[in-house]
Design a protein around this ligand. Structure first.
Ligand SMILES: O=P(O)(O)OC[C@H]1O[C@](O)(CO)[C@@H](O)[C@@H]1O
Length: 526
């Protein structure tokens, strides 16, 4: 049995601030630093490594965090989650995204259905459909092959799949596995849909309408936008659209779609990249085998997250260090900095995954908590970010813990030697340089040129960003978020904070406003 207690009631939490703080600039200097880089490293799946040498931890801090992990029953709570307990208390739902990629524990039967079997069945149906599209067995009305796939969805029905598509696009092209170009329409801004529609040949495009609830205003509006465009082009929309939704959604029974694939209420939108939500677009774009490899990477990483030995569990260590930084060291934000252009939208995906999950002020029983929870998360790929916001990260008044990600090899492989090094070497050199620059800093008599150092970071390093590595990376962050939610005793799986804005926007559109809402509506000419 697990017990859910507020973080500040735990003895191990009380003890944490009493531990002497690690002076990063000192411990990372010289050979000690080299020893730490070797020591504070945990193998992940798909050849990735999580290295936390440049975090403000030492064996004493880690011991304190291990105690916290045990007292907060992190491993047992994860076990309860994957064995089908109602972990999403706000919505009274199970939390089953791990089951979309593997079976970590017992069979989970809900609503009379074996859930693993259900997710596998959907994946198989998508694979069959994608193979038929690629083989030209499913075509447009003129019998011509579809060449483009367009996903219509927002939030979790957009960010994860889009980030995953971009992460693998060049890898698939390089490896002869690129089947169809994918585009994404998410924003209700009409310029989003219009620009995408202007950039494609609608007659040869297949549209995936993705909405778990089937009620999201932006997505339904964009569906109508696209249907209009198809109609105007003299095409039958139902021959060009498929749906991914839950079986209980209003879209599920519609005749408007060529095919429908399902997920369910036990998969949160932001955790749905490994369900049909990511499965449909990624299988159409790259083929079902690539999607299967992506799932395999995630499943292998999930197994590591289930390890009860804290220091061998990369997601748990990452989560605990994040809690230490937030609640003991008092850092308000974290930045995700992938040194990989392919991961350009990965930080945007993690923004939703992390901030929608742990941006909470009440615990899982709806009572206020007295400690900071999820940090603000942002990020951009390096080296671009270096020429943008790193100034604040190096010399600003706030310390922002950093999460670097880097790969030894590029995806495409085309490179050039300039001044004795390849571009890939320059990219990796910058990643290494930044970790040390942030940690160690630099003395200078001119304070404007002085770097205090003491700015913590971790780095995940891999060989090449391929489907398995991507799956492992995704799982790592999903599980990190979950463990942090467990520590903070919040429900990481609902998102009531997004509702109020939706309600007020409806009032504006119905002209049921007064006061400030009316004044702003007038300013915006609604
Ligand atoms: O897939 P749906 O139901 O259209 O929801 C889209 C997104 O909207 C949200 O509910 C937030 O408004 C997200 O949690 C979700 O990912």
């Amino acid at each position: 049995m697990v017990t859910w207690s507020n973080f500040d009631t735990l003895t191990s939490y009380e003890e944490l601030p009493k531990i002497e703080r690690v002076k990063l600039a000192e411990v990372m200097a010289g050979e000690n630093g080299a020893d730490r880089v070797k020591k504070y490293s945990i193998p992940m799946a798909a050849g990735l490594t999580y290295n936390y040498a440049a975090k403000q931890v030492d064996d004493q801090v880690l011991e304190g965090l291990e105690k916290l992990a045990k007292e907060a029953q992190l491993a047992d709570k994860f076990k309860a989650l994957y064995n089908g307990e109602v972990i999403n208390t706000g919505e009274k739902r199970l939390v089953l995204h791990h089951l979309t990629r593997g079976q970590l524990g017992d069979a989970v039967v809900a609503d009379g259905v074996d859930k693993r079997a259900f997710y596998v069945e959907q994946q198989e149906k998508i694979a069959e459909f994608a193979n038929k599209v690629h083989a030209g067995e499913i075509t447009n009305a003129a019998g011509e092959k579809f060449t483009t796939v367009v996903q219509i969805g927002i939030g979790g029905s957009d960010l994860g799949p889009r980030a995953m598509y971009l992460a693998l696009e060049n890898w698939a092209k390089k490896n002869g596995l690129f089947k169809m170009e994918a585009k994404f329409i998410s924003n209700v801004d009409p310029d989003d849909a219009a620009a995408v529609l202007n950039s494609i040949d609608v007659a040869h495009s297949i549209f995936i309408l993705v909405s778990k609830s089937g009620t999201t205003l932006e997505t339904l509006t964009n569906e109508s936008f696209v249907k209009d465009a198809l109609k105007n082009a003299g095409l039958d929309a139902s021959r060009h659209m498929i749906a991914v939704t839950s079986e209980t959604s209003p879209l599920a029974k519609s005749e408007d779609y060529l095919a429908a694939f399902f997920m369910d209420d036990y998969i949160g939108g932001r955790f749905s990249s490994t369900s049909s939500v990511g499965g449909a677009v990624l299988s159409l774009a790259f083929g079902p085998e690539v999607f299967a490899q992506f799932l395999e990477g995630a499943a292998e990483e999930d197994k590591l997250a289930a390890n009860e030995n804290v220091l061998e569990n990369p997601a748990m260590v990452d989560a605990l260090i994040g809690v230490y930084e937030r609640n003991v060291l008092g850092y308000p934000a974290t930045a995700v900095l992938p040194y990989s252009q392919a991961l350009s939208r990965f930080p945007a995906h993690l923004q939703q995954a992390d901030m929608e999950s742990n941006g909470k002020s009440v615990n899982r029983f709806g009572e206020p908590v007295n400690y900071p929870t999820g940090p603000v998360l942002f990020g951009e790929p390096g080296t671009n970010g270096q020429h943008s916001f790193y100034q604040l990260l190096h010399q600003g008044t706030d310390i922002v813990p950093l999460q670097f990600v880097g790969f030894k090899n590029s995806q495409i492989g085309t490179d050039v030697v300039i001044q004795g090094s390849t571009s890939q070497q320059k990219l990796c050199a910058n990643a290494a340089a930044q970790v040390v620059a942030f940690a160690c800093g630099k003395e200078d008599e001119n304070l404007n040129k002085k770097f205090d150092g003491g700015r913590p970071s971790s780095i995940i390093i891999g060989e090449t960003l391929d489907p398995k590595a991507l799956g492992a990376l995704l799982s790592h962050f999903e599980n990190k978020i979950m463990f942090q939610g467990f520590v903070w005793n919040v429900n990481s799986f609902d998102q009531e904070g997004v509702q109020l804005g939706k309600v007020l926007a409806k009032k504006v559109l119905a002209h049921e406003t007064d006061g400030a809402l009316k004044a702003y509506s007038d300013l915006l000419n609604i």
